[in-house]
Every structure is written in structure tokens, then in C-alpha cells.
Design a protein around this ligand. Sequence first.
Ligand SMILES: [Cu+2]
Length: 430
Amino acid sequence: MKSAYKIAAVLGAILGFAALLISVAAFAGRGGGGEGAGAANAQTIDVELGDLFIKPGAISASPNADVTLKIHNGGGSEHDLSLPNGTKTPRIQAGQTVLLHVGKVAESMTVFCTVPGHREAGMQAVLAVGGGDAMAGMNHAPGAMTSAQMDASYLAGVKAFPAATKGEGGLPLAPKIDNGVKVFDLTAAEIDWEVAPGEIKHGMAYNGMIPGPTIRVALGDKVRIVLHNNLKESTAMHFHGLTVPNSMDGVPGITQPLVLPGQTFSYDFTVRNSGTHMYHSHMNAASQVPAGLLGAFLVDGANEPTVAQDQLMVLNDGPLGYSINGKGFPATKPIVAKPGERIRVRYMNEGMQIHPMHLHGLTQTVIALDGNAVPAPYVEDTVMVAPGQRVDVLITASEPGIWAYHCHILTHAETEAGMYGMVTAFIVKA
Ligand SMILES: [Cu+2]
């Protein structure tokens, strides 16, 4: 079917009666079956092209679906639709409909019209995975607001920052000492969490906070993490990045039994490697981790940098939306530094998407990746943090002012209703 469509597309374009013929051929191919096993997972999404807009502006694909876009040109002039990889429709005449097979959407992408000037004039949209999660927090359908409404909504968000919300994640957890062992109790339970002002989402948390409490120990410490499961489902805990005995690795069915609802499991080990690490659920993890079952596990080594502040930036995406330390803009907390101060920021990505973290005005010097010092620190203004990855950077507060600090996948940071999600600020003031 696909190759038949491509041949038809080429012929159609050459012969100059493209769109009608193509759409008929494409529909016939689709309707005629022959899709085989993939058909069960097929998803067809309606997309409307207008004169200098694409609707919806945020096209949501289901995870793992074989996606086809059904593109209708409702405008008065001809348009097309292209994927970033160059796959595109032929020119679509006014009033006509064409199918474009996309396949599995692995990552957020921008789709656009290639007619010269149309993309610049606004004919682009985001095609994102996650069944709509990628657009969580988007309160307004693109195109629904007037310019004045957009301005007002944007400025209201800025004015509200930093907004107060109930609950703070990542607070330090002091251990109890038992025969020289540092004992940390963590209880997993469901929670309602205020991600942004008035935006209360159902999540899962350790000790009632997202991220969970921050555990900070030193190299060589003997630790015991006591996990209590107050969830309605089983869980387990993995110490991501730490060198532990296999039996303490937290993978149910492989290294330990499931921790059933109501049960407790103790993880005992000696801390053998320093750096920025994480702990998180390793059961139904694609749900439990983005829902909030995660936290920072920091191990002080012999050569810690001297810094005025040590800041965490735990990145997450999923049912709680795009968040930094469990909150979305304007409820994110700015980093406030005095001129000349040196700050360590420890990024950790507990989400399932990549987040390039961009800081305006100041540079970020990468000093460690996944808890290991890099042989030669290097400077970036945009630091890529992949799922599961930790990146430590040093930032010197050299330039006074309020510097925007955000994920540079812009759909994680802004909609036409203003900034949201992975946006905060680095404020340098005396
Ligand atoms: Cu992002």
C-alpha cells in the first residue's frame, strides 16, 4: 500500500492532477485492508490545514500506534504537510483530503507546510507521543485566543512566578542510626499533588512529597532503606547509578520478591560510589515513576567542589505534566544567587523524554555525568539530560539580573496561553 501510494504521489505530481487522485488512491489502499498485524494498533488522526494555520496545533499520537494523518485542506490556497525527516504529502488543493502515513511516533516532532513562507506565517504543529501527555498543562487549543488574550495570559503567568502551591518535594531526610547503619524510611502511597496553582493531579509519592525525600550520604556509609508499600499495587525500589549487591538492585522477580501492598522490604548496602544518583520504583515503572515514585540519592565523595549552593533539578514528564522538582511554572522555584557565587546544579531526568535545559545569560560548566567526574569539564548553555541520566553543572552568578531557565523543547515550556511546565529562573542579585 505504501509503495503504491508513493508511486501515485509521484505520478500525480508530475501529471499535475495530484490531490484528488492521491486521496482516492490513498483511501482505496487504506480501505482495502491488507494492513496485516499492524492494523490493530493503527491510529488515524484528523488534521486541518487552513490559510496559514494547522489545527490542532498539538497533534497527539498514542504510544506505539501506527499513525496516519488524514489531512484536509479547508483553506482557499494549496498547502502540504511535511514531517521533519522530509516525508510529506504532495500539494493538496483546496477542499481535498490526503492521507500521510507517519508510522510509530518515537519522539515529539514539528510538522509543517513547505509552501514558501507558510511555515513562517504559522503553519506548523507539534506531533507528540504520549496520548496527549505531551500537551498536559495546555489549557487552550491553539488558535483559540486572540493576540490580546495571549499577551494577558502570558503576563499573568510571569507575574504569578514564583507561585505558592501546597507541598514541596525533595526535602532532606535525616536518617535514624541503628548500630552504625543510616536507616531511611520511605513510604509509598497515592497522593493528590498541586503541580501548579490550582492544578491538582493524582500521583504517587514517597513520604508524601514529589520528588521523594533527598537522601544524602557519604562514600563508605552503611545504609538501610526501608520501603513501606501503602499503594494499592506492588512496588520495589531501584538505586539508579549506585553500585549495590545484586540482591539489593530492586528488580522484582529477578533480584527480590515483589513488595505487595501492605508489605515492607529493607535494602541494606554499603555505599561504594559517589556522585549524583537516584532512587525510584522498578515495578510498573512507566506509571509509578512519572507519577512521582522517585527521589535523589546523593553521595559525597572525596573531591566535592566548593559551592555556595547545591541545587537539585529533578526533571519529569507524564501524568503530572512537565515538571522541575515536582512543580510546573509558575510554581517552580527560582535559584537565587549573589553576584560571584558558584552554584552546583544537579540535573536528573526521571521522565521518559529528553530535556535540553537552557540557561539564559550564564554558562553551565558540565563537571559530572551519571555521577562520574568528566575528565575535562566543558561549557554549554544548553545541557541535554536524557531519561535516566544525571548531569552536574557549575554555574557562576557572573551577570546580575533575572535569567530565564527552561527546557528548550518549547512545547515543554510554553503554549499560546503563556509559559508553563519546565520553566524557572536563575536570579542574580546582591
Ligand atoms: Cu523538556
